[in-house]
Structure formats: structure tokens, C-alpha cells
Unconditional design. Structure first.
Ligand code: IVH
Length: 704
């Protein structure tokens, strides 16, 4: 079997040949030579600057193609070929490792995992009693040397036998204490990475100092750790995944490390004060059967999108020291461990264009138009670019290759340009100097640009939202009709609907007596909607349906909402200081519109709500769903038949629960109707209680 290389000091591994996904087809010797050159250059960049021109999938495909070509043409193998070399042949650093820092072999499926485990059992001639299952952290491998409990040296993995001294990074890495809890002499091994917040902060600092944004958290960690004399400070995080005794110290800890199983070593390491995955939503666990291992692999994969640090797989290890010793190592990887690789959540593609769209609140937001790329199971064509300052900060240009991140339900976002793939043909991104919708001026005083006309700029969109099913639910007001009303100058906001007259409406295109009467009746009916719907219809930035319900229930009247300051607003669940400030500003801005609604006789109270002063905290805890986070999915039946998703969410909240649209580790209950799909599968994986709409109907019978 041809060995494949592994750029895995950063958790970036090439495939195991047996079950990998597609490979780059290499037809002839010239293409093979070019492929070797590209892979070697990419590996060098990855290990050097931490910034490869190829994303993991492309690199893996390329190396698999190289390996396949070499298997078919063994006498053409080039000495430079990255196959069979640790770190793809990129040699960096001159500090010898006490024990080589190995790679991991990979599998890509449950079958691959099973056949690897069966192979290990055959090799040992006995069952593996205990497995350890843990996330594969997507950062760069580090050896942290402690003498007498003091951190004395940090070394990168380099080529596995020698690495680079990056001790200047001591103090920048959370989870890697300068002093351990005991004065032991030990070498910790683990991964240095950046959490999402650390990555954003590092990019802000780096671009602020005139540099280009890092392409992703992994390269940000690699680049930051290796850089000396940086004019700004960045913070990273360490996760230990192993510890080695240091020979000749006579240390009691060293003796313990030699005997303990991997799980015991990790407990000891955590006890010494170093960071491990134990405190994350995906702690390492032990399992006694491969079925349990598979279950844990699925659980970790399901939680990946919610983690605030990157993982690119799951590592399965034989836990017992004896099993590890008997299994031994191959030329570059232990036989007692395997990486179950997950699909890449970050890909490189081209930035073709930037569109500037005006939202219903008048916010002008840029959107990236991308060469379509498959990321985490779906094709991504558009991605968010946040705002103009963000484009500038990331130094993006049209035609750039960019890294795009998407995981689970996350909105795809452009991270950064891949600067070394620039050809010189890239063009600057033009930012609009006037509102792209109405041509009026742009208020650029905030990070989020807005048309100076605010909501009036895109009145059609804000009225359309206000009359939507989950807000005022006014039938007969489609986009065309609203367009006509706006064009005819009859309305500028949705409050104007309430003063429309019969004569004005009947004048509109294709309107007869019956449809006019029906529309006016529907508008009249909307006046009776409860406060939460009216408030939601305002389209306050930072609020949606459930937040509007919480606000309406908390304050009970529009007057109370209008007089609430930021502090009072923070009493509402889910409102933090930042959102509270936006709410106060938005509510003030909307005062004229609210005034018009009051004058038109629209309901300004929430039935059943008492207001903040009179709502005793204990009330809610008696409700049947108190303290539960509930998700509904699939079609509703039984007593819930015909309810919209929003109505089901209202029901959940009336019964004291918190309605949510996505399943996560925090979900307490899933109401799954017919045709429930991925949410049900995810809840099953996470072991969340799942009930039918009928069972749910019984639980909340008093609130239907
Ligand atoms: S065990 C000798 N455990 O993945 C065993 N490695 O692709 C090798 N990695 O070089 C390390 N998370 O940098 C191990 N939980 C984990 C890991 C992990 C990430 C990295 C490590 C290794 C690379 C191999």
C-alpha cells in the first residue's frame, strides 16, 4: 500500500488510501511532476506561514492523486514527492523532539473506522477493552516542556523529529500555565488554536497594524505563534491531548504517566492545570464497544457547528497503556489511534462580485457573490460580508480567492483573501457613495451603513414584513399591491394602511367592490392584534417573533416599552447590554410610527400580561414547560393540527418554555411531527427527549 503524507501538525491530514473521497486525476508524467510541485509548495506554505494556497480538501485530493499515480508508476516517483513524508516533506525547526511527534492515519466513514478497529484487534490478538474518543482539534501541534512545574520551552511539531522553538509565545496561550499545580517535569503535547473570538481579535489587531487578515483560525494561530516581535498582542488557546514522562527525572509523575491509560493521563494533565477538552461541550470520553465509539463520533460531529473552536475530525485511541505499547507505531503514525475526518467547513473559492442590498430597516449590507462551492453538504453561492468596514479590514478584492466558512445552520461568511493566489488582475471593491436603492445619502456614521431615509427607503419591504403572517397577518396585501400603494403615495409606512379609504383603495388596479371591502376589513381586523404582533410588525432591529413576544409579555403595554431604558430592557431574557442600547435607539426612532398606530386605534396591550412590576418571578416556574428549551419540527397533528410554526412557538412560550428553531446540546425537548428530518436525527444523536405533537398537546392542554 502506498503511504500518504500528512500535513497534520495543524490537524490537516491526507487520506488513508482505503476509503477516501475523490482524488485529482493525474494523467501523465508532466501532470504528476506539476502536482508534486504544487503539493510541496502548499505544504511548505502551510507549515511555514500557516497559510496554504490550497484548502484541506483540494490538498487531500491532490495528494491522493499523486499516491495513485505513484502506485501505478513506481519507477517515476520523484524524490520530492510528499507521499510517505511527515509534514508533506516540509522541514522546519532544529529542536529535536524527545519522542517523535507523530501524525495520525485517517478514516472517512463508520465502515473505515470499524475496519481499522478490527485490524487493531487482530494485531493485538485480543479485544481492545477501552477506547478513548475525543475531538480532533484544528490548530497546530505543540510540545510544551515543563521542568519542576515551570514552562520552559515551546516547540512546534516541525517535521515530527525536530521542530521550531516558539518559546516567545509563552504567556500568549491560554490553557498553558506558566506553572503547573505540582513541580513535575513533564512534556505536554497538544494543539494550539484560536477560538472564534480570538481569531476575530487577532484579525482586528493584525489589519489594524497594516497587515492582511489571516485566512482562518488555524493559520492565524500558526502565524501568530511563529511571529516574533509583533507590534500587537494576540491570544490563543491550548488543548492538551497527551503527556510524556521525561526520562531520568525520577519524578513520581513520570512513573505514573508510564502506567496510566490515556484517559488517566488526561485527568492528571487537567489536574495539573493545563487545558483539556474536559470543560468543552465535546469532552473526551471512554467507550468499551465500537458501537459506543460510533455513537460518540456522531455526537461530536453533530455539535461541531456550535463549538467556538475548530475541529476537523474525531480521534479514536486505544486507551490502555499496554494496548498502545503492543500496537506500536508505523513509520509516521501510531497504530493505536485513528483520525475520523469530518468534511471541511472551510473552502477556498473566488469572489466574483459584491452586491449592496438595502434591507427593510434601511441598512445597506454587502453580500459576496461567489463561484459556487460545496461546503459542509450544501452549495454556497452567496456569503455575508457584514459591512463596508469589514471588507476594508479584510483587504478583499474582486477576483480574489477567498476562504468561505459554513457549518450547520451558520450563515456562510467570507473570512479572508488568500493573498498568495493573487494574479494582479484583482480589482478593488467599489463601495457605494449613495444609497443603491433610492440614491439618497448614506449615513456611514455607524459600522452598519444606513440610507438616511431609514425604513422609508425600502418601505415596500418594511410594510411587507409588517403585514406578514406572523405579524399583523393582513390578507390581500402582496408585494405588488404594496408597491402600488407606495407608488401612488398613499402609504409611506404600515400605519398609513389604517387610514386608507374605500375611494383610495378602489382606484387601485384590478380592485373591485368585493376585494376593496375584504382588504379594508382585513386591515380593520389587524387593529385587534395583541401587542406582541404589533411590536414585531415594527421590525425593530435585533428583534424577531420570539423576542417581540418576550418584550410584550414583560412590559404588557407599548407605553411601558417606550419608557423603558436600557437597564429595564435587559430584564427581558436574551437582551444583553448591546442589544438593549440598539432597542432604545430603535424604539425612539420609531416613535412617530408608533404614534400613528396609537392614533389609528391599534391595540397597544398584551392580553394576560401584567407588566414588570406585577410579574412575580416564581409564577413562570409553575408552568409545564418551565426551564425547558423546546424545538418543534415536522408537520403538526392532533391538537396542534393546523398551527403554524410561529403559533406552536407561542404555545411553547405560553406554557413557560423557550421556543427555539435549532436543535443543540441545550435543547430539552423536541416535538417531532410527520416528516421530521435532520432536526430529529440530531436530537436522537444528542439523546434529547423526542415526543409526538399529540403527546405535546397533552402536556400543554391547558394552554391550547
Ligand atoms: S493524538 C501520537 N489527539 O492531529 C498521536 N492528535 O493529524 C498523535 N490532533 O499531529 C496525536 N487533536 O496535532 C491527537 N485529540 C487529539 C488531536 C490530535 C488534534 C492533531 C495532532 C496530530 C494531528 C494528526
Amino acid at each position: 500500500m502506498t503511504e500518504t503524507p500528512n500535513r497534520s501538525s495543524g490537524g490537516r491530514g491526507a487520506s488513508s488510501p482505503q476509503r477516501g473521497p475523490a482524488r485529482t486525476e493525474i494523467g501523465d508524467q508532466a501532470a504528476y511532476a506539476a502536482a508534486v510541485q504544487t503539493a510541496v509548495a502548499a505544504s511548505a506554505a502551510y507549515y511555514g506561514e500557516g497559510d496554504s494556497p490550497l484548502d484541506d480538501d483540494v490538498f487531500d485530493r491532490l495528494v491522493r492523486g499523486i499516491a495513485a499515480y505513484e502506485a501505478a508508476h513506481p519507477d517515476e516517483v520523484l524524490p520530492d514527492s510528499p507521499t510517505g513524508k511527515v509534514a508533506g516533506g516540509a522541514v522546519i525547526g532544529d529542536v529535536p523532539h524527545t519522542v517523535p511527534m507523530l501524525s495520525l492515519d485517517n478514516v472517512f466513514s463508520a465502515e473505515g473506522l470499524e475496519s481499522w478497529a478490527a485490524g487493531l484487534v487482530r494485531r493485538l490478538g485480543r479485544e481492545v477493552g477501552t477506547w478513548s474518543v475525543e475531538p480532533k482539534l484544528d490548530g497546530l501541534a505543540i510540545s510544551a516542556r515543563y521542568r519542576g512545574g515551570r514552562l520552559v520551552q515551546l516547540v512546534t511539531r516541525g517535521d515530527g523529529t525536530a521542530g521550531e522553538d516558539v518559546s516567545h509565545g509563552i504567556g500568549m496561550v491560554l490553557g498553558l500555565p506558566a506553572r503547573l499545580a505540582e513541580p513535575v517535569t513533564v512534556e505536554l503535547r497538544g494543539e494550539v488554536l484560536m477560538t472564534r473570538a480570538q481569531f476575530e481579535a487577532a484579525n482586528t489587531a493584525r489589519t489594524g497594524a497594516g497587515g492582511t487578515a489571516f485566512a482562518n483560525p488555524r493559520s492565524a494561530a500558526a502565524g501568530s505563534l511563529r511571529a516574533k516581535d509583533r507590534p500587537y498582542q494576540v491570544e490563543m488557546t491550548f488543548f492538551a491531548y497527551g503527556a510524556l514522562p521525561v526520562d531520568g527525572t525520577g519524578d513520581a509523575a513520570a512513573a505514573r504517566l508510564r502506567e496510566l491509560p490515556h484517559s488517566g493521563i488526561m485527568e492528571l494533565v487537567a489536574g495539573l492545570g493545563a487545558n483539556t477538552t474536559a470543560a468543552t461541550p465535546v469532552p473526551a470520553i471512554t467507550a468499551t464497544t465500537i458501537e459506543q465509539v460510533r455513537k460518540r463520533v456522531e455526537e461530536i460531529a453533530a455539535l461541531r457547528a456550535e463549538l467556538d473552536f475548530g475541529i476537523d475530525g474525531i480521534v479514536v485511541k486505544a486507551d490502555a497503556a499496554a494496548d498502545q505499547a503492543d500496537a506500536g507505531i508505523s513509520s509516521r503514525a501510531p497504530r493505536w489511534a485513528i483520525a475520523y475526518k469530518l468534511p471541511a467547513v472551510e473552502k477556498i473559492t473566488r469572489l466574483l462580485d459584491v452586491e449592496w442590498n438595502v434591507g427593510r430597516t434601511g441598512v445597506i449590507a454587502p453580500r459576496a457573490v461567489l463561484e459556487p462551492v460545496e461546503v459542509d453538504g450544501s452549495t454556497v453561492t452567496y456569503a455575508t460580508l457584514h459591512n463596508a468596514a469589514d471588507i476594508e479590514r479584510r483587504g478583499l478584492m474582486l477576483g480574489d480567492h477567498v476562504t468561505v466558512y459554513k457549518a450547520g445552520d451558520v450563515i456562510p461568511r467570507v473570512e479572508a483573501p488568500v493573498v498568495h493566489l493573487r494574479t494582479g488582475g484583482e480589482r478593488p471593491i467599489e463601495v457605494p457613495s449613495a444609497c443603491p436603492r433610492c440614491g439618497d445619502e448614506i449615513d456611514a456614521s455607524q459600522q452598519r451603513w444606513r440610507c438616511v431615509r431609514g425604513r422609508a427607503c425600502h418601505a415596500v419591504a418594511s410594510v411587507r414584513y409588517a403585514v406578514g403572517r406572523d405579524q399583523l397577518d393582513i390578507e390581500g396585501l402582496g408585494e405588488n399591491r404594496i408597491d402600488q400603494l407606495v407608488d401612488a403615495g398613499l402609504i409611506t409606512d404600515f400605519a398609513d394602511l389604517f387610514t386608507l379609504t374605500h375611494d383610495q383603495v378602489i382606484e387601485l388596479e384590478r380592485m373591485g367592490e368585493t376585494s376593496t371591502a375584504a382588504l379594508l376589513a382585513a386591515i380593520e381586523g389587524a387593529k385587534a392584534k395583541p401587542l406582541n404582533k404589533v411590536f414585531c410588525a415594527l421590525g425593530v432591529r435585533g428583534t424577531g417573533r420570539s423576542m417581540s413576544r418576550r418584550i410584550a409579555r414583560h412590559f404588557a403595554t407599548m407605553d411601558a416599552i417606550r419608557t423603558a431604558d436600557a437597564e429595564a430592557l435587559q430584564e427581558v431574557e436574551g437582551v444583553g447590554p448591546e442589544r438593549a442600547t440598539i432597542l432604545v435607539a430603535e424604539i425612539a426612532e420609531l416613535a412617530p410610527l408608533i404614534g400613528k398606530l396609537v392614533a389609528a386605534g391599534v391595540t397597544m396591550t398584551e392580553p394576560g400580561a401584567a407588566g414588570p412590576a406585577e410579574t412575580p418571578e416564581s409564577d413562570a416556574s409553575d408552568l409545564p414547560l418551565a426551564g425547558l428549551s423546546v424545538v418543534a419540527t415536522g408537520s403538526m397533528s392532533g391538537p396542534l393540527d393546523g398551527l403554524s410554526r410561529n403559533q406552536v412557538n407561542e404555545l411553547i412560550e405560553r406554557a413557560g418554555g423557550k421556543a427555539s428553531s435549532s436543535v443543540s446540546a441545550r435543547t430539552s425537548l423536541l416535538v417531532a411531527g410527520e416528516k421530521a428530518g435532520s432536526k430529529k436525527a440530531k436530537a436522537e444523536k444528542l439523546g434529547i427527549e423526542i415526543i409526538t405533537p399529540e403527546e405535546f398537546g397533552t402536556r400543554v392542554a391547558g394552554f391550547l
